[in-house]
Write a protein that binds this ligand. Structure first.
Ligand SMILES: [Zn+2]
Length: 191
């Protein structure tokens, strides 16, 4: 079982590397999925104010296109995940909405990130069967964030020139604006 220590964080170069497609879903692939889930839950248990919403395989340094998203985002006691193998966004729809986003691979930094409010996604399930799903609202945001991970993109890359978009998670759970010039622009860990 993977633990929170198995989650890689910036400046790890693999976070900006494209993952490969999954072929046959072997026992090894199923083990990767279990590891992704256990690492996410272990991370969540160590974080006072955050929920482990989703993870891409690259975040435990497995360079495969696999994403897991919590089945019920409102219930921390629900430890089941939806699995998306080789996920592809086939359509971006709706308005562009800005909202806060964080990442298990970028400690304590949050960003105000513009995303489409609706997406259509094509993926394979754990049995290798193709399925499509429409997501909206926060789930659409989560899916765009995770599919980005499979392409070596992290959320801060979308807002790198936006001086107002970066926030720090304080010990009391509040988000406070960061000093863009000092904390972000010249931060060698992030870029
Ligand atoms: Zn992330």
């Amino acid at each position: 079982m993977a633990k929170k220590e198995d989650i890689i964080t910036l400046p790890h170069k693999d976070l900006r590397t494209t993952s490969s497609r999954v072929g046959i879903i072997t026992e090894d692939i199923k083990k990767v999925i279990k590891d992704m889930e256990s690492a996410t839950l272990d991370w969540e248990a160590s974080r006072k104010h955050e929920v482990g919403v989703a993870l891409a395989a690259v975040q435990i340094d497995v360079m495969l296109r696999i994403v897991v998203i919590r089945e019920n985002l409102d219930d921390k006691q629900n430890h089941t995940f939806r699995v998306f193998i080789n996920p592809e966004i086939t359509k971006l729809e709706g308005e562009i909405v800005e909202d806060y986003e964080g990442c298990l691979s970028i400690k304590d930094i949050y960003g105000h990130v513009p995303r489409h409010s609706k997406v259509r996604v094509k993926a394979k399930n754990i049995h290798g069967k193709d399925f499509t799903v429409k997501l909206d609202g926060f789930l659409a945001r989560v899916m765009q964030h995770e599919v980005d991970h499979t392409k070596g993109i992290v959320f801060i890359d979308h807002i790198k020139d936006d001086a107002q978009a970066f926030f720090h998670l304080e010990d009391d759970g509040k988000l406070t604006p960061l000093d863009y010039e000092k904390d972000i622009k010249k931060n060698r860990i992030l870029w």
